[in-house]
Design a protein around this ligand. Sequence first.
Ligand code: G6Q
Length: 556
Amino acid sequence: MTDLSQSPAWVALKAHYDEIKDSHMRDLFREDPERFSRFSTSLNDILLDFSKNRITDTSFQLLLDLARQSDVEGWRDRMFSGDRVNCTESRAVLHTALRNRSNTPVLVDGENIMPKVNAVLEQMRGFTERVRSGEWRGYNGHRIQSIVNIGIGGSDLGPQVVCESMKPYAQRGLKAYFVSNADATHLVETLKQVEPETTLFIISSKSFTTQETMLNARSARQWFVDLVGNEKAVAKHFVAVSTNVEAAREFGIDPKNVFEFWDWVGGRYSLWSAIGLPIALYLGMDHFEDLLQGAHEMDQHFAQAPLEKNMPVILAMLGIWYNNFFDAQSHGIMPYSQYLQRLPAFLQQLDMESNGKTIDRDGHRVEYLTGPIIWGESGTNGQHAFFQLLHQGTKPVPSDFLIPCLSQNPLGLHHRVLVSNCLAQTRALMLGKKYTEAVEEMKAQGVSDEEINSVIAHKVFDGNKPSNTIMFKKLDPRTLGSILAMYEHKVFVQGVIWNINSFDQWGVEYGKVLAGQIQKDLAQLGQVDHHDSSTNGLINYRKHFYFNIKDYKKSD
Ligand code: G6Q
């Protein structure tokens, strides 16, 4: 592929950027009363208002031209139909098949994979119904009351964000815990909250070799066996989810209780597979299928809606606009919903692991910025912390604000206050406050001219800060499924524009082997001197306390 930044659509966008970079959204709104209707789109009861962005009709059309130039539609169709779009691992990318509720055939190497997908869903239904009804009992006849998922990265964040977000749909008396960190504290503090006879551990690992997960799994197993004094009881309390069924079996999991998925499901795209087992246990299989349904509806929207109405495409192209033309380094995710508090962490992995790449599909170093830094926090908390920088800082942070119209907890005025804060923030970010407005406001408060003169510069807000608002009726499983799938496809579209492979993660794989040598060094008595001096010094400092070695700066 030729250099993206020299391509016709890019060059046209750059020229257009130079023309409109100084225009203010305040004026764009004033000049066009229809701006909201023109720059908003919806799917079911999810509304995307993207009118508070630094775009005109021309900007929008030029961004869509870029999407067409990059053949977003062709790549999308190739992904959906099972082509090996993950080129560095030579794999198909078919998380969409996991939620293909229409059950139309999806072929991988000529084989329709839908029967396999449906068989695992059936297995999950059977198992979760037995556990939730109390038919499945622990080794000494107690019902399962706690689920502990042991996994990390993609085998943790997806099920975690869904379980946290869907608490109102959880079965009473059933608790879900997630253990991921190699720091034993995570496991130990979790185990303090559960009893072995009422706990079901799910060992979730695509590879079943990830160090942290295997470490936590072995320690959890040891804790369990030590307390119940019976190895055989493990079968009633440990199940596994993996593509590596053999390794799970070797770990001692009953083969009947190993839930399979496949290499065409990426870790961070796997919550729709058997990796969703904690979700199905916690919420019930019907709710899990509602989640799949919502995601499937977004898949269909992505596949069929014209680009100018297509939510993932619009979000992606606006992201490109700010990332590559306004030099925005980061993108904020601000859910005005306590239930969505883990959404920023989930999207951080989805986006940064997928598009944190420097080499394009053809093996060349890119000459433009790729994936942004994703961060955020639930509102209104963020307002009392970092929003200051959004309003008056020097760095542009385009952000998504997500808010339900109806609360799961309609208590007094809470939700009205929440919604008004969300809308007030995006409005203030867009409008800003002019010098004259700030002066008027202070005068009305009886502030003296002298004082006004001394602080007025600090009371002015430039505004023109872009945001998207994603407003939906209520946070239910179907809506959540659609929202998560919307972001998956947004990330995919951006990867297509940047001509990178969004589905590998060599940096993560590198991290998995890096610690090996240092782990060996830490286990040996005596000082280490074969790394760089910083790494040697830090290893030796730890040894100073661990082995009581006196002078950690002196080599042996
Ligand atoms: C996700 C990444 C990564 C992965 C974890 C856990 O896309 O590949 O986050 O999910 O490293 O891997 P396992 O599931 O193989 O344990």
